[in-house]
Design a protein around this ligand. Structure first.
Ligand SMILES: [Zn+2]
Length: 232
């Protein structure tokens, strides 16, 4: 990403300031909410890993391993090796945050099992997005340096659109996983109503990261688009 101005009259880089602010704000909100609900224990005493086991079993899912991994909020589901990886603060902890996050990752397992459309689209977009985002900026840079190649700025800009689309498709996948998580938590009876409301708060705040990433990538695209128009 070009965080610096391109040319003396380039004001488009200013668009990256709100992008940066949104990203930092979302990260801070997620961290503080996680810290808060990591301290609130679930009265039933169920741990993240134990709830994940229950949720998968109750949905008739077999052959998915639940493993412990290092780090904070590094939790994820890897459909390639059928593994739900839960972080240290989630795996063996009986907090509202731990159970909510474990349930969210199992929500991704259920999406995979039920062949949830947006998840399939997102999976298919991963390699495309990687290629597009890798070559977009070198192309734009060449277009900026060599005035005869301004068409490369256009090409790079449209390639970058793949990143925005990817972030956009990520949103329904994330919201749906949280929806499935809360539904299963409610049905299993492991949380009181107050705890369920807290779990919902935890998961909707966590989703802010994805909304922020989408907005930031859109602002970056808008910046590139304006640059490409100016270069003509
Ligand atoms: Zn997720």
């Amino acid at each position: 990403m070009f965080y610096w101005p391109v040319g003396w009259n380039d004001w488009t880089w200013l668009l990256l300031i709100p992008a940066l602010i949104i990203t930092i704000w979302a990260q801070a909100r997620v961290s503080s909410t996680y810290r808060k609900y990591s301290k609130v224990r679930v009265s039933s005493g169920v741990t993240g890993a134990a709830f994940a086991q229950t949720m998968l079993r109750q949905n008739g899912v077999s052959g998915v391993n639940i493993v412990r991994i290092k780090g904070e909020m590094t939790d994820h589901f890897d459909p390639k090796n059928g593994t739900v990886a839960l972080s240290e603060g989630v795996y063996a902890k009986d907090s509202v945050a731990a159970v909510a996050i474990a349930a969210h990752e199992c929500g991704h397992v259920l999406q995979h099992e039920k062949k949830y459309g947006p998840m399939k689209v997102r999976g298919a977009l991963v390699p495309v997005t990687n290629i597009c985002s890798t070559i977009a900026f070198p192309l734009i840079l060449i277009g900026i340096i060599f005035s005869g190649f301004t068409v490369l700025i256009d090409i790079g800009t449209w390639l970058y659109l793949a990143v925005v689309i990817f972030q956009l498709v990520t949103l329904p996948v994330e919201f749906n996983a949280s929806g499935r998580a809360l539904q299963n938590i409610s049905a299993s009876g492991v949380m009181t109503e107050t705890e369920q409301a807290e779990a919902k708060k935890m998961l909707s705040t966590a989703a802010l990261t994805y909304v922020a990433a989408m907005l930031a990538s859109f602002l970056s695209f808008l910046r590139l688009f304006l640059l490409s128009r100016r270069s003509r």
